[in-house]
Write a protein that binds this ligand. Structure first.
Ligand SMILES: [Zn+2]
Ligand SMILES: [Zn+2]
Length: 289
C-alpha cells in the first residue's frame, strides 16, 4: 500500500505563526507575504489568545488559528495548544485547566495541536492524560533558535510507545525575530488548497514534516516498509521496540534515496527520520503496523 496518493499535489505549509497581534514583530499581512514569497502554499496565524480568521485566496490558503496556553511556574509546565480551522474564537474559561484549552478548540470544530512539548517541559503523562488533540509538534523552529529545545523526537517516541499516536508536525512558531522562519514545515498530500481538502488531509495524517529533505513515497507491503526520498545521509526507522539492527541505515559511497525496514514482532508502529548532508531532517508520520 502506498501511503501518499500520486494523483494529489504537494503543498507546503506553516501552521504556527505569531504576528504583531500578539508578540510577533510583523503585521499579519507582511507575515503572510513573507511565507508566500518563500514558496509556501498555506499557513495559519496563531497569535496568543487571539483568533485569526481563515482566508481562501486563489493560490494561498490561511486556516483560522490561535494559540492558547497555561504557563505554570509552580509545576514548571507550559501547556500551549494551537487551534486550527475553528469556526469562531474559542471560549476559554477564566481559570482553565489544560484540558479546557483543548475542549474550547474542539467546541469550535477546530483541530487541537500540542505545541512544542519539549520546550514546555511536559511529562509524558501530560500528553497521555490530555484527550481530543490530534497532533504534536515534533519540531518547532523558535524553540530551537531561542531556547535550544526545538526537537520533541524522543518525547514523541516515548508517548507513542504508550499508545499516544498523534499526527506529527514541524512548524516555525515564527515571531519574525530573524532566525525563526523557514526552519520546519509540513508537506501536505492533497488534491487542492481548498480549506476542506487541507483539513481533511491533515486529519488523515496525509503529510510529512521536514526541514528540507523530500519524502517522495512510503510503501507498506507484507512485513516491510519502504521509503523513497531526496538524497540523504541517513534513514532511521524508529519504533516502539528498544533495538533493531536495521534501524539506522547510513549511506556508504553515495547518498541514500531509499531504504527498507523489515519490521519484527516487537514493533507495533514505525516512524521514519531522514537526515541530509546539511543535517536537515524529515519526519514521517507514525505508521501503525
Ligand atoms: Zn507556544
Ligand atoms: Zn507559538
Amino acid at each position: 500500500m502506498k501511503l501518499f496518493n500520486e494523483n494529489n499535489n504537494w503543498y507546503r505549509g506553516n501552521l504556527h505563526t505569531h504576528t504583531n497581534i500578539s508578540d510577533g514583530l510583523l503585521s499579519p499581512e507582511d507575515a503572510i507575504e513573507r511565507y508566500r514569497q518563500e514558496g509556501y502554499d498555506f499557513m495559519a496565524i496563531t497569535d496568543h489568545n487571539k483568533f485569526y480568521k481563515g482566508i481562501e485566496m486563489e493560490d494561498f490558503t490561511i486556516l483560522s488559528g490561535t494559540e492558547i496556553h497555561i504557563n505554570d511556574y509552580k509545576t514548571r509546565k507550559a501547556f500551549h495548544i494551537v487551534g486550527l480551522n475553528m469556526d469562531n474564537e474559542p471560549t476559554v474559561p477564566k481559570e482553565p485547566n489544560p484540558q479546557d484549552l483543548i475542549d474550547s478548540i474542539l467546541g469550535q470544530n477546530g483541530l487541537a495541536i500540542l505545541a512544542h512539548p519539549s520546550w514546555s517541559m511536559l511529562s509524558h503523562e501530560d500528553a497521555l492524560d490530555l484527550k481530543g488533540y490530534m497532533g504534536m509538534e515534533i519540531w518547532n523552529t523558535v524553540s530551537e533558535t531561542g531556547s535550544n529545545r526545538g526537537s520533541s523526537e524522543s518525547y514523541v517516541d516515548t508517548v507513542a510507545s504508550k499508545g499516544c499516536i498523534k499526527a506529527l508536525l514541524a512548524v516555525d512558531d515564527t515571531h519574525f525575530y530573524s532566525d525563526d522562519l523557514f526552519g520546519g514545515y509540513i508537506m501536505l498530500n492533497s488534491p487542492s488548497l481548498k480549506t476542506e481538502d487541507i483539513v481533511e488531509n491533515i486529519k488523515k495524517h496525509n503529510f510529512y514534516a521536514t526541514q528540507g529533505p523530500i519524502i517522495k513515497q512510503i510503501t507498506v507491503k507484507e512485513d516491510r516498509i519502504h521509503i523513497e526520498t531526496s538524497p540523504v545521509e541517513q534513514i532511521s526507522f524508529m519504533s516502539d521496540n528498544f533495538y533493531d539492527a536495521d534501524r539506522v541505515q547510513k549511506c556508504k559511497d553515495k547518498p541514500l534515496e531509499s531504504a527498507t525496514y523489515i519490521y519484527g514482532e516487537n514493533d507495533t508502529w514505525v516512524r521514519i527520520e531522514c537526515i541530509d548532508s546539511e543535517g536537515k531532517k524529515a519526519w514521517s508520520q507514525i505508521i501503525i503496523i
